[in-house]
Design a binder for this molecule. Structure first.
Ligand code: NAD
Length: 471
């Protein structure tokens, strides 16, 4: 078991002797690490360090920032195997996928900022004004457990690139990769105090971070419930906020689409990371006359996804990250049965041969009513709702008929039609006929899915204030 009873504050590892939080292995339920349940005082020290460091880091040259990010990129590449295994054990994502996504994406994203920085216009001319883009200040970063390092990198890298200083409070459920990040940055040329890591519970250290007057911005990824608390807290002293929250994304399969390909694409997306993905396509909208065929295809696709040990190279569906999340998802499957939707595949019982760990059967419900709780609430597990529709206008209405708006998909044999329908979806991104994920495209939500955008230049702009000099 790893003892990580320490925080990283002002360039020093500070030992923690108080209460700790157990980190569990998703596939076995065993305790694999302990991290601090830090107090408000540690968070205040980290904020003070970030505040002190801001004066110099905000004046750092582009070369200094690029050098640090190059060192970070090299460290992430070097420790990729360790990162993949750490996240695989904590979150339950199968090792093959974890290697590409949980370890691969953080390095890829760091590289996108390295490529962008030399030419990024930190100032521009507008008439007789010089418009300057200045770092926003001390940034509090609060992150969830499903893609733990990826979500941290999406904040820490552009914040540092912008000249901001950072206090990170990672998820207490999957915190270990944040320690790897801190170790890499500790070995880099980043000046002390620019990056700080404090581990603990949301209602203590998280609460201090979002309410502290010396924090200029909170960049948050997590549930809509916590995002709401952050928005309220930020209103008190007009902190800037960037919120990436939940989703209930629709995959709209139009009548002329290749049904088999569309169902396969939707199921694969829905089950990625056992459904613990904010952008998961969890509502599959199909023409009413193709509903039964779509359900059969979905059941066949799900049958190939038997859950197993995430550390095995051949496993495609792992467990959920925690007992709490498993229980929540099972409750939703029971709710789906109570609400009277058709159980097409899966169910609430534990999958065969998975008596330890946090496993749930991949589950498909058919004839799901669009206004039901099952179709409206984010489940965050391997549960797909198949919803029949009668015409295109109804499909668009159903797709837009939740409080969320994070992602979506449209499938059609007619590319122009697919694009036309995609443009009507009130959501931050839409995958058209299985278009590839793009780490340079803006990512974020409409409605209750979020405020602000991450990735690419949009992700960097979140950390910049605008100043205009009239000359
Ligand atoms: P969560 O909101 O429970 O926790 C997220 C973080 O907030 C954790 O670090 C937690 O400790 C902290 N926190 C909790 N209460 C707090 C408080 N009162 N004050 C300050 N901080 C507090 O979310 P989760 O369960 O860890 O993550 C799952 C959620 O994240 C899902 O809803 C999912 O859709 C969402 N998510 C969104 C995106 C996105 O980019 N839109 C990406 C991944 C996950």
């Amino acid at each position: 078991m790893k003892d990580l009873s320490k925080n990283y504050i002002n360039g020093q590892w500070v030992n923690w002797a108080g209460d700790t939080i157990d980190v569990h292995e998703a596939g076995t339920g065993e305790v694999i690490a302990k991290v601090p349940a830090s107090g408000r005082e540690e968070m205040e020290q980290a904020i003070a360090a970030a505040d002190d460091a801001f004066a110099t880091w905000s004046e750092s040259t582009l070369e200094q920032r690029i050098k640090v990010l190059e060192q970070l990129h090299a460290g992430l590449k070097e420790r990729a195997g360790e990162i993949a295994e750490t996240v695989c054990r904590e979150v339950g994502m199968p090792i093959k996928l974890a290697t590409g996504i949980q370890a691969g994406l953080p390095a890829t994203i760091t590289k996108t900022y390295l490529n962008m920085l030399p030419d990024f216009p930190f100032s521009e001319q507008s008439g007789n004004s010089e418009v300057q883009y200045a770092p926003v200040g001390v940034v509090g970063c609060i992150t969830p457990w499903n893609y733990p390092l990826h979500q941290v990198i999406l904040k820490v890298v552009p914040a540092i690139a912008a000249g901001c200083t950072v206090v990170l409070k990672p998820s207490e459920i999957a915190p270990q990769s944040a320690y790897i990040l801190a170790e890499i940055l500790d070995g880099s040329d980043l000046p002390k105090g620019v990056f700080n890591l404090v581990c603990g519970e949301g209602h203590t250290v998280g609460d201090t971070l979002i309410k502290h007057p010396d924090v200029n911005m909170v960049s948050f990824t997590g549930s809509t419930r916590t995002g709401n608390l952050i928005a309220h807290a930020a209103a008190d002293d007009f902190k800037r906020i960037a919120l990436e929250m939940g989703g209930k994304s629709a995959s709209v399969i139009l009548p002329d689409a290749d049904l088999a390909a569309a169902v396969k694409g939707t199921v694969n997306n829905c089950l990625l990371n056992s459904g613990q993905t904010c952008t998961a396509l969890t509502r599959m909208l199909v023409p009413a006359e193709q509903h039964d065929e779509a359900c059969e295809l979905a059941a066949a696709a799900v049958a190939k996804m038997t859950p197993g040990n995430p550390l095995e190279e051949t496993t495609r569906l792992g467990p959920l990250a925690s007992a709490q999340q498993r229980d929540k998802v099972i409750d939703y499957i029971k709710l789906g049965i109570e609400e009277g939707h058709t159980l097409v595949a899966g169910g609430p019982e534990a999958p065969e041969g998975c008596d330890k760990g946090y496993f749930v059967k991949a589950t498909v419900f058919g004839n799901v009513k669009p206004d039901s709780r099952l179709a409206q609430e984010e489940i965050f597990g391997p549960v797909l709702c198949v919803i029949p529709y009668n015409d295109e206008a109804e499909a668009i209405r159903i797709a837009n008929g939740t409080q969320y708006g994070l992602s979506g998909a449209v499938w059609s044999a007619d590319a122009d039609k697919a694009k036309r329908v995609a443009s009507k979806l009130r959501t931050g991104q839409v995958f058209v006929n299985g278009g590839a994920f793009n780490p340079m495209a803006p990512f974020g939500g409409f409605g209750h899915s979020g405020i602000g955008r991450e990735f690419g230049k949009w992700g960097l702009e979140e950390f910049l204030e605008v100043r205009s000099l009239q000359l």
